[in-house]
Design a protein around this ligand. Sequence first.
Ligand code: 1HN
Length: 356
Amino acid sequence: MSETVMSDTAQRQALAEELDSFNCRIAQPTDGPLFTREPQSTMQAAHWKAADLARLLEKIGASIKLEAGGQRRTLRLANRGLPFGTTPTLWASIQYILPGEIATAHRHTASALRFIMQGRGADTIVDGERYEMNEGDLVLTPAMAWHDHEHKGDKPMIWLDVLDISLVRSMHATFFEGSATPRQAVLDIPDHSYRRYGSAIMRPLNDRNTPELNPLLVYPAARAQEALRLAAALPPDPFDDTALEYVNPLDGGPALPTIGTVLQSLRPGVHTQAHRHTGSVVYYVMRGKGATVVNGTTFEWGAGDFMAIPPWAVHEHINRSDDTPAMLFQVNDIPALRKLGLYREEAVDVAEAGRN
Ligand code: 1HN
């Protein structure tokens, strides 16, 4: 038996060399498995603590200058299991911008979003629309939309940036373009997409926009949090408790074609049921105190912390407070998986799994 394998191995190697000269190959015994029964991600579950991030942000603020040419001062959330990025598709970074600074205009094929963590006084211009950035606001930068930011306030400002860079890179579809002018001209009605679609329950009559491209660029904190407060009175979801996805107001689909954005609240004392799904998730804890168990590792989190959950990892959430809801902002790549027919999910009985 083993002899057969060995001679087969030698034969295969000889053949492989010949095939290689024609840019062809056959499977070799030394190749890893092509298919696995279920996803085996190299991404590691990860947790970043608010106090560490605050210290590191101050440090990069003091040591890195913002220069023209489209550079940003960002602290990237890196994953040890991946060559780059936070998850197999997403890059999450925290942008730190000082009073008076401008992050000059550029655009790229990667879709991006900003979720404001701390500070006030900065604005962003996206394809000519200008918005103030306030804590808890979500601002979108769809693929190839020009964007630049300016901080007119008097204290450092911090926000989360998430881009689908690794997804775009894996498809070798990266384009990037800088602008000759640091900031874009602003449209006569600077917030026109919000005025058209911001209510999310009405739209202008005879509107010509089609749902393929979400026209709405901003989702203010007050509206999203009011929606979450209303939803909290509904029967909870077993895995996510109360979770609302930011939508394209024209078709109810995800706000960005590849990136899912979710505002989530966990009732006091809740312990959700465990589940797993394809697609990766980055969490930002807005308020509260709790824990998330990922593949048996418990991350004890508080406000300002980040977590990353690998594809197909079993996870469950706990709110450690008996009287205060926790609020989390979640970013995932599930819309991309759904569009490709790759989304799967299942509930997991953790006690049962532990016995196996
Ligand atoms: C980017 O363009 C921004 O436009 C922020 O503010 C973070 C991280 C990696 C690559 C591009 C921005 C980014 C980024």
